[in-house]
Ligand binder design. Structure first.
Ligand code: BDR
Ligand code: CA
Length: 308
């Protein structure tokens, strides 16, 4: 099984990404690292424990990471994920006290350098933890099998500002560091494809595991309502689960390699992912960009795994 570290800022879709990764049984999950993002670091960590409890998977280590972006202030996304981050689901579930078990960037470094088999990283929050790891120990880049991150948008519009997607907007400096760290294989799963992976009522009805069906239904209810107000369909984008999906099945997305950078010094465009689609800058390509997705196949996989 592939060795995996999952890095999350556990909001609604991160939680479903965790469920998918764990239930797939395809990975040896070395640890789940948490980061400030949709909610505070403590809330993201608490939510992660709640999901692992729901799955009965308390043995997977959870390691806390950065509680702010590298240079900027926190920017929570309560609008979408609710006060707690799980859309109000599991709010009365008590999480037992856990001791802090190290710091996520150090955990990443030690895990990446500690095994003869290369580790895969799936990142579904701002890229702060990985950027801190790379700054401290640049040689890890050559020892990672693949980085797959949810973030950015190439050909569409942003979801926080007109130009920028949430994860790259929250910590653009971190995204920039990660893009230039020299990872042999690094894949972006951005809004271009995740906006097409829409979870609907029909999908939820296909989930036979009652506990998970109820949880997903409740946790996504407000999120789907908001989408309905704008688009007339009760649906919500499975941004983060699609990143896990790509780790499970490579051909869910079509990828092309380009030179990509992230804007960090602009009044209007901070966090924008700038992709040199026509090679104007003549710089070596540094990122696999996902531009097409087989959403139907993703949901087949998703439902199959959740029901297993
Ligand atoms: C990303 O932003 C967060 O709110 C989601 O969890 C996802 O990682 C989508 O832009
Ligand atoms: Ca996320």
């Amino acid at each position: 099984r592939e060795k995996l570290i999952l890095d999350v800022d556990t909001g609604i879709d991160d939680a479903i990404a965790i469920i998918l990764a764990v239930k797939s049984r395809q990975f040896d999950i070395l640890g789940i690292t948490t980061v400030n993002g949709n909610v505070s670091l403590d809330s993201a960590t608490r939510n992660t424990y709640k999901i692992l409890d729901l799955l009965g998977e308390q043995a997977i280590p959870v390691i806390k990471g950065a509680n702010t972006p590298i240079l900027r202030n926190t920017f929570f996304e309560h609008r979408i994920h609710g006060e707690d981050g799980l859309g109000g689901a599991l709010k009365d579930v008590h999480v037992k006290q856990h001791n802090d078990d190290g710091f996520a960037p150090d955990f990443m470094i030690n895990s990446i350098l500690g095994f003869s088999k290369k580790v895969t990283l799936v990142m579904t929050g701002p890229l702060t933890n990985l950027a801190l790891a790379v700054k401290k120990c640049p040689q890890i880049a050559k020892h990672v099998k693949e980085v797959i991150f949810m973030g950015g948008v190439i050909q569409g519009v942003g979801n926080v500002t007109p130009t920028s997607e949430y994860n790259t907007y929250v910590d653009p400096e971190a995204a920039k560091i990660v893009l230039h760290a020299g990872f042999e294989s690094i894949t972006q799963v951005g809004l271009d494809v995740t906006r097409k992976a829409l979870l609907t009522d029909e999908h939820i009805q296909l989930i036979t595991n009652r506990t998970l069906a109820n949880y997903i239904k409740e946790s996504t209810a407000d999120y789907r309502n908001k989408y309905f107000e704008r688009n007339g369909v009760f649906a919500c984008a499975m941004h983060d689960p699609l990143a896990v999906g790509v780790a499970l099945q490579k051909d869910l997305v079509t990828r092309e390699k380009y030179y990509v950078d992230v804007e960090t010094k602009s009044e209007l465009c901070d966090g924008q992912m700038v992709c040199d689609l026509q090679n104007r800058l003549m710089k070596p390509a540094n990122l696999n960009v996902s531009l097409g997705v087989n959403a139907k196949e993703f949901f087949n996989l998703f439902i199959r795994i959740i029901n297993s």
